[in-house]
Design a protein around this ligand. Structure first.
Ligand code: PLP
Length: 367
């Protein structure tokens, strides 16, 4: 049955995959605490172990390196606080959860496409010989811009620094880092579960201590159903299609409608599923509401968790002027989209432009 609306907001949360739902229902029905030694406990432990292998395969890691958490936010906090490095360098476009976990971190600037300036990172690394942790995300949640993680790792290792990478929006690509953050609901698993992949030998003190779960790295009875759903989603995400042709089609069509529009981060390598662009002169909230009425779900470029639109720190770091940034939409595709979703977005955006956008670009306003 065709969907009644087009969901193009996978970077906010990707709909639950049927395989994840089925696996979770089974796990919820079976119950059990993985620490119990009786048969129910052992069955729950087997479910968690299987999910650990599935998540490990997604990122080419060892199952023993996976620490299940309550999501990407906690995985980021665990890496930044648990690594035990006082000096932390983070890129200027990190997710709020990284910034909040390291409020005293020094910032690595980005260029106008949102890519970290490697020369600036190198200068920061050599300026101080205090043991350092470098945290740079794999892909930006607003723009989809990919960071040169291999080069970041090379520079950091040469300076003896540890590296954390928030790969919440780029799960499925292996990265040779010390700590890697993942979140289930960005790949079609449930919200409220994620993982930190901590390389063997990388220091890691628990932030939540307790009953010794996760080999003493994260206390608390495991969220078995959530973890199982994460594992099932991870297994399916391994076969994720490349959506860049659809993304390119959207961008070409929207730019043809509104030639004054600009794709943010267009000069950089980007995720194939994400586009950040806006209708000139029309606030992002207006676009989001109009598209919603037309049955298309997208986000304002900088929607925060409360649903309010704050000015985008990511676009500001890229040097985008505030009035232009305030028009930025984020369109993000995922596993269950069909070509009709793209047609629906393009038609609704064109209709909005004819109604609002063009009139808003009156000579007085455009001057
Ligand atoms: N990191 C990035 C890049 C994200 O996009 C998000 C979610 O929006 C998070 C971390 C936080 O993940 P979670 O929602 O699982 O806490």
């Amino acid at each position: 049955m065709p969907m009644a609306y087009a969901y193009l907001d996978h970077n906010a949360s990707s709909p639950l995959r049927p395989a994840a739902l089925d696996a979770m229902v089974d796990a919820l029905a079976a119950g059990g605490n993985p620490s119990s030694v009786h048969r129910t406990g052992r069955a729950a432990r087997a479910r968690v172990d299987r999910a650990r292998r599935q998540v490990a395969s997604l990122v080419d890691a060892r199952p023993a390196d996976i620490v299940f958490t309550s999501g990407g936010t906690e995985a980021n906090a665990l890496a930044l606080r648990g690594a035990g490095r006082r000096r932390i360098l983070i890129s200027a476009v990190e997710h709020a959860s990284v910034m909040a976990a390291a409020p005293h971190a020094q910032t690595i600037p980005v260029d106008c496409d949102g890519v970290v300036e490697l020369a600036a990172l190198e200068r920061l690394l050599v300026a101080n010989d205090e043991p350092t942790l470098v945290s740079v995300m794999a892909a930006n949640n607003e723009t989809g811009v990919l960071q040169p993680i291999d080069e970041v790792v090379r520079l950091a290792r040469a300076a003896g620094a540890l590296v954390h990478c928030d790969a919440v929006q780029a799960a499925g690509r292996p990265f040779d880092v010390d700590y890697l953050s993942l979140s289930a609901h960005k790949l079609g698993g449930p919200a409220g579960v994620g993982a930190l992949v901590a390389r063997a030998g990388a220091p890691l003190r628990p932030v939540i201590a307790g009953g010794g779960q996760e080999s003493g790295r994260r206390g608390g009875t495991e969220n078995v159903a959530g973890i199982v759903g994460f594992g099932a989603a991870a297994q399916e995400a391994l076969g994720q299609r490349d959506l860049s042709l659809w993304r390119d089609r959207i961008e070409a069509a929207l730019l043809a409608v509104a030639p004054g529009a600009r794709v943010f981060g267009a000069g950089a390598r980007r995720l194939g599923n994400t586009s950040c662009l806006g209708m000139p002169g029309v606030p992002a909230e207006t676009q989001v509401m109009a598209l919603d009425l037309a049955g298309v779900c997208v986000s304002a470029g900088a929607a925060c968790s409360s649903g309010k639109v704050a000015r985008s720190a990511v676009l500001a770091a890229m040097g985008v002027a505030a009035d232009e940034a305030d028009t930025a939409l984020r369109i993000s595709l995922g596993w269950n989209n069909v070509p009709g979703d793209i047609d629906r977005l393009i038609a609704a955006w064109r209709e909005l432009y004819i109604r609002v956008g063009r009139s808003d670009m009156s000579p007085a306003r455009a001057a």
